[in-house]
Design a protein around this ligand. Structure first.
Ligand code: GDP
Ligand code: MG
Length: 175
């Protein structure tokens, strides 16, 4: 498909989860194929854009990211509004981040679109020796909530493209 020759879809995706689980790394890995051991804590919210062909449709994917406001639970409601896809992220080496997924779901249910497509992601699966959450636990929670589920590694680029493509195909199907 040639950009501009057809009506393109704009699709807002967001990541949600505790601080330090790898939300910024996951979206950066997807958009730029880069990984950094640094994490930046500037103020505000930013987004990255990637143009993609999803099932034959030309899609402008906007991935919104916080600058760490989740640490203080002070994310502006603008962040959730209009998101067509949500990636709930936890860290497989941090049980607490997994137990917080439920409350992040409630936050999204309060402010987000009812028909947004949802995905649960257990990140940092490269750190097997530090694992605190089994894949089965993630799978079970995702099933309960009607979400798709993958374990990922932003560091080793495992399942990152898969997560976004699966989510985007569902979103595009709805349009
Ligand atoms: P955020 O606060 O959720 O946005 O998390 P960041 O993306 O800033 O990442 C937090 C820390 O975890 C950083 O030091 C990253 O380098 C590290 N990190 C992120 N993803 C992975 C991963 O898949 N594997 C490993 N080993 N470290 C990761
Ligand atoms: Mg971040």
């Amino acid at each position: 498909l040639i950009p501009g020759k057809r009506r393109e879809l704009t699709c807002k995706l967001i990541t949600i989860g505790d601080t330090n689980v790898g939300k910024t790394s996951v979206s950066t890995r997807f958009t730029d194929n880069q990984f950094s051991y640094e994490s930046f804590n500037t103020i505000g919210i930013d987004f990255r854009i990637k143009m993609m062909n999803v099932n034959g449709k030309y899609v402008k994917v906007q991935i919104w990211d916080t600058a760490g406001q989740e640490r203080f639970r002070s994310i502006t409601t603008e962040y959730y509004r209009g998101a067509k896809g949500v990636i709930f992220v936890y860290d497989i080496t941090d049980k607490k981040s997994f137990s917080k997924v439920n409350s992040w779901c409630r936050v999204f249910d309060a402010w987000g679109d009812k028909d947004a497509e949802k995905m649960l992601v257990g990140n940092k699966c490269d750190l097997e020796e530090k694992r605190q959450v089994e894949p089965e636990e993630g799978k079970k929670l995702a099933e309960e909530k009607g979400m798709m589920f993958y374990e990922t590694s932003a560091k080793d680029n495992i399942n990152i493209d898969h997560v976004f493509m699966k989510l985007l195909s569902k979103v595009v199907e709805q349009q």
